[in-house]
Design a protein around this ligand. Structure first.
Ligand code: NAP
Length: 311
């Protein structure tokens, strides 16, 4: 059985490789994905032994959660770790960030309804607002935890100062932030703080939106409604440099009869500073392949080689 990790100081445990579902639900981040494809992606993940599903209100304005809710009906709810997020308040007709206790309580109830469940394993404040003291926001989430509506308290896209403010009473179990072999800023201050506080870290964009799979060898363009359209990693000299470095992982992949994506994911799984890695997918076959990364054990030398290549 795959080793389990515990989320912060909560009772939530999961396999250390989950599924990111920001493409599920025909979202506003990528060109539309059919509902059936989205549901197949989720189902494939659960069948492959993935336990954690990472969703959010923002993914299709609730539609990702709705599709996941439909799939969950066919599974034992207690075997699945459902993580969702909210902070986007649409009540004024515009998108405004809101971390107020009242908004968060309502957001959790709305997520539960869309997911057709009576608890969330993890609830994250998706983005910080400018007005709510972060410890007040997290205290409201701790009340929801005590009431059994959520099992672990998370924050996402918070600066280190905001994480510290949020964790004033020690209530934060997990932080989700951008981190990958290409974007390692969190290593300087955030990750040491999280380790010291026993807060789990869930990196998003672990495959750098596909760049770290090694599948790109030439100039690539994305449609204007794809978040990668303007991503600097995919442009000019930086893109060429990344492609060249990623290609150097082929020998490690070959040694494991694996793909570059799989050894990259194995690196995160073996990284002691990382709790759960949540690669996204647009095809069920990608999910199956990514889940197989759990079977790869990098040697210490291979781990270091990957680490140093992208330092
Ligand atoms: N908290 C936040 O603010 C936040 C922000 C962003 C994301 N997230 C979460 O983090 C998750 C991961 O981020 P992400 O999905 O955007 O980026 P990612 O995991 O870095 O990249 C995923 C993309 O890479 C490609 N891919 C995946 N597996 C592959 C494989 N085996 N072979 C070839 N290509 C493969 C797919 O795109 P193509 O097929 O199009 O190449 C897939 O959509 C999201 O799903 C979401 O749950 C959270």
């Amino acid at each position: 059985m795959t080793e389990q990790v515990t989320i912060g100081k909560s009772a939530v445990t999961t396999v250390p490789l989950g599924l990111g579902t920001n493409a599920v639900g025909g979202t506003n981040l990528f060109p539309d994905l059919e509902d059936d494809t989205g549901k197949a992606i989720v189902r494939t993940g659960l069948e492959a032994g993935i336990t954690l599903l990472d969703t959010a209100f923002a993914y299709g304005l609730g539609h990702s959660e709705e599709l996941i809710g439909q799939v969950l009906k066919d599974y034992d709810r207690h075997q699945v770790v459902v993580a969702s997020k909210a902070a986007q308040d649409l009540s004024s007709g515009e998108v405004e960030l809101n971390n107020s206790p009242k908004f968060l309580r309502q957001a959790v109830d709305d997520s539960l309804r869309r997911l057709q469940t009576d608890y969330l394993d993890i609830f994250y404040i998706h983005f910080p607002d400018q007005q709510t003291p972060k410890d007040e926001a997290v205290s409201a989430l701790n009340d929801l935890k005590q009431a059994g509506k959520i099992r672990a308290v998370g924050v996402s896209n918070f600066s280190l100062a905001q994480v510290k403010e949020a964790n004033r009473d020690g209530y934060v179990d997990v932080v989700e932030d951008q981190y990958s072999l290409l974007h390692r800023e969190a290593e300087a201050d955030l990750l040491p703080y999280l380790q010291q506080q026993k807060i789990s870290f869930v990196p998003y964009f672990p495959l750098a939106s596909g760049l770290l799979t090694g599948k790109y060898h030439a100039d690539v363009t994305f449609p204007a409604n794809d978040i990668r359209h303007k991503n600097p990693d995919f442009q000019g000299d930086r893109f060429a440099m990344i492609v060249k470095k990623v290609a150097q992982l082929q020998s490690v992949a070959d040694a494991h009869a694996a793909t570059i994506a799989q050894v990259v994911l194995a690196w995160y799984v073996q990284n002691p500073q990382i709790g759960v890695v949540i690669p996204g997918a647009k095809k069920a076959a990608q999910v199956t392949a990514n889940a197989q990364a759990l079977d790869i054990k990098l040697t210490a030398a291979e781990y270091q080689q990957i680490d140093q290549l992208f330092k």
